[in-house]
Each structure stands twice: as C-alpha cells, then as structure tokens.
Design a protein around this ligand. Structure first.
Ligand SMILES: [Zn+2]
Ligand SMILES: [Zn+2]
Length: 266
C-alpha cells in the first residue's frame, strides 16, 4: 500500500493524489451515510417511524448544505491523512507493521486506547468550540443542522475538520499503532458518528439507565445536543458528561418519551 501511494505520487504529483484521496473520502461518506439515510428516511420510513427522535424530517436544503460541507471535510481529512502518511514515510510516527512486534494483546489495547483517547479529546475540544467566539468561528456550521441525519456526520467548518482529525496525528506520534488498529478505529468512529446523527433511536427502552450500557451514549443524546446546544457534549461514552455534569437534565425522560412513541400520543 505504501509503495502504491508513493508510486502514484511519483507519477502524477502530490496535488492530483490529494484530489483523488479527497474524492475517495467523499465517496465513502456518500456511500455509507447516503445509503443509511435512504434506508431510514425513504425506503423504510414507515417501518421505522416509531423510532424517530424528532417528528419532522429535515428540509432538502439542509441535506444539500451538509453534502457541500462534507466535501470540504473530505478534502481536509485527505490532506491530514496524507500528512500523517508523509510523517510515517520519514519515520516521525510510531507506526509498526508486524503485529508480533507487540503481540495481539497490545493490538487490542491500542484500539481501546484510540477509542477512549478520542472520547476524551472530543469532549474537551467540543466544549472549547462551544465558547462563544470559537463557536461562531468553528462549530456553528455543524449546528446549523437542528434535525441531524446521517448526512450531518461529516458536515463541519473546514477549521473544525482539522480539529476533528487531530486525534490521529496526536496518537501516532506518541504511541505505537498498527495500521489495522487505525482502520478498526476509523470504522468504529464512522459507524458511531452516523448512529449519533441518525435521527432514529435504535437502542432499547431503559438503555441509558442500564448499569453497563448506560455508559454508552445514544442517538437521542446527540440529537438533543443539536437542539439544546449547552448540554450533551460527549461522543461514544457518557463518562465526561457525567463527570462534568453536562448531561441534559431531561435526557432520560426524553429518551423514554422517544421509546414510548410519544408522537403517536400527541
Ligand atoms: Zn456542539
Ligand atoms: Zn453532531
């Protein structure tokens, strides 16, 4: 893979490779987020209506704006990915390529480390981005989507995209990471990001109150963040919001209302 990218850069130059990488990243977003969106909001909307978090579906203009923003995000992510690749090429990162160098236990641990480090990183940069000046500059674009769908999952201001990707260089410069661990992490991160913006709650009744599962966030949790911006900053886990007391006080009740299919009762 390394040689393929290097040969391509040698043959056509770094700028065209960046454009191709951006288009592939955007295509991956369109395919994944787009198919989940079509599945829930078009093909099976009647079947899943009972799981819907907000009554209405977003306007088409919101989706178009999200796709435009996601294209810019793809360009930034591709740029950052190529920068990490270049750093790796020149030996600045702590990548390793044989799992046996550190063993399977460490391989599993490194994936968990990426997930928990990202959860902490995200919570704190997210809180910073909600400071009024930074919000206007960086994070307002993401919050223009009051009623998020999977298409919202990549919809950031370009400067926010830099920050969103920042956890990867931060980790690979410090900790030995196998490329497959990064791959697992990016798949997990993308699935969670789409679920968080899904607009439908797939987890069962009582999930956020459960002794174990309650430590995971839900789609309702992040959906509430898009409507009531000063609460629910967390990503994967409900750890930092509990520690910092930033869970919305109505979170459990709203979750229950969604599960009780409140729209039918209105
Ligand atoms: Zn936010
Ligand atoms: Zn969001």
């Amino acid at each position: 893979m390394q040689n393929v990218i290097q040969n391509l850069i040698d043959q056509i130059g770094i700028f065209p490779v960046w454009i191709i990488a951006s288009l592939l990243t955007f295509l991956r977003y369109l395919t994944l987020a787009g198919s989940v969106h079509l599945f829930f909001y078009v093909f099976l909307i009647k079947k899943f209506r009972n799981l819907k978090i907000q009554r209405n579906s977003p306007e088409r203009i919101q989706l178009l704006n999200e796709m435009k923003n996601s294209f810019y995000t793809s360009m930034i992510f591709a740029f950052m990915g190529m920068s990490v690749y270049a750093a790796r090429h020149f030996g600045y990162t702590k990548h390793y390529f044989n799992i046996s160098d550190y063993g399977w236990l460490y391989f599993g641990f490194s994936i968990l480390l990426l997930v928990f480090a990202h959860d902490t990183y995200f919570y704190w940069i997210h809180r910073l981005m909600h400071l009024p000046k930074l919000f206007r500059l960086l994070h307002r674009v993401h919050h223009l989507s009051f009623n998020p769908t999977p298409m919202t999952s990549f919809s950031f201001h370009p400067l926010e995209s830099f920050l969103e990707f920042g956890i990867v260089p931060l980790i690979v410069f410090i900790v030995p990471i196998h490329p497959f661990a990064l791959l697992f992490f990016s798949v997990w991160s993308m699935i969670w990001n789409i679920y968080g913006h899904l607009g439908f709650e797939l987890f069962p009744t009582g999930f956020p109150k459960h002794r174990f599962w309650g430590w995971f966030n839900t789609s309702v949790h992040h959906n509430m963040h898009h409507q009531r911006v000063n609460y629910n900053f967390g990503l994967y886990f409900n750890i930092w919001d509990r520690l910092m007391k930033t869970n919305h006080p109505d979170y459990l009740q709203v979750y229950q209302n969604v599960k009780n299919n409140h729209y039918r009762k209105i």
